[in-house]
Design a protein around this ligand. Structure first.
Ligand SMILES: [Zn+2]
Length: 215
């Protein structure tokens, strides 16, 4: 685990040998100073704990209404699934499907697959599909736009409050908590470090297999 590996800088493309650094340290590009990777503190336990918390809040955010709108005495609760379903049933099928995918299905799938990868690495097991999931997670950065999402929720609430009385429900608190935990989890994950952990597990398993084959 101590040997250096070749890595290309994402900013300036400079190929360089990077050392393995202890937790809490980061490695910068020799050419432009961009962070190549950082080794987060807290190992895998920290992101696993944060994502398990996020999972609970994700379930709660989808089980309770987000807001109740009171328009002229008529109150109406809205939820993520309810919004998607209402759009689907009101001749906006494509929009309904998009809302369902982007606000429910895809975030849920990303949450589950990230937990699957982290748990596999934590238990030092080469679980089926783990490598493919890690490759997928390396390319998408699920929490990168989360702050934009939170701001857009707040803007929508302010706009709606001009038209109707808006009562914030449990689902919205859970949704915001889920996003904040997701951001915190992603700050304690570095994909490069995850790949190195997977390599180590593969090396160990290969060594064990060749030892058993040679017996
Ligand atoms: Zn660079």
């Amino acid at each position: 685990m101590d040997e250096e590996v070749l890595m290309a800088c994402q900013e300036c493309d400079a190929l360089q040998r990077v050392p393995w650094v202890p937790a809490g340290k980061k490695v910068r590009c020799r050419g432009c100073g961009t962070t190549l990777y950082h080794h987060p503190r807290g190992g895998l336990d920290r992101p696993i704990a944060l994502l398990l918390g996020a999972l609970v809040l994700y379930v709660l955010a989808n089980s309770f209404p987000l807001v109740t709108l009171d328009i002229g005495g008529a109150s109406r609760e809205t939820s993520l699934i309810g919004t998607a379903w209402a759009l689907y049933n009101h001749d906006m099928k494509l929009l309904g499907i998009l809302v369902f995918l982007t606000s429910l299905a895809v975030p849920g799938a990303i949450l589950f697959s990230t937990l699957y990868v982290l748990m596999g690495l934590r238990l030092q097991r080469s679980l089926p599909g783990l490598r493919q999931m890690l490759a997928l997670l390396s390319h998408i950065h699920p929490w990168e736009m989360a702050d934009v999402f939170v701001i857009s929720i707040l803007v929508a609430l302010v706009k709606m409050s001009g038209m109707a009385e808006v009562i914030i429900d449990a689902g919205l608190y859970a949704l915001i908590g889920y996003i904040l935990l997701g951001i915190a989890a992603s700050a304690s994950i570095d994909v490069f470090v995850l790949w190195r952990r997977l390599e180590r597990i593969d090396h160990f398993l290969q060594g064990k297999l060749s030892f058993e084959a040679g017996k």
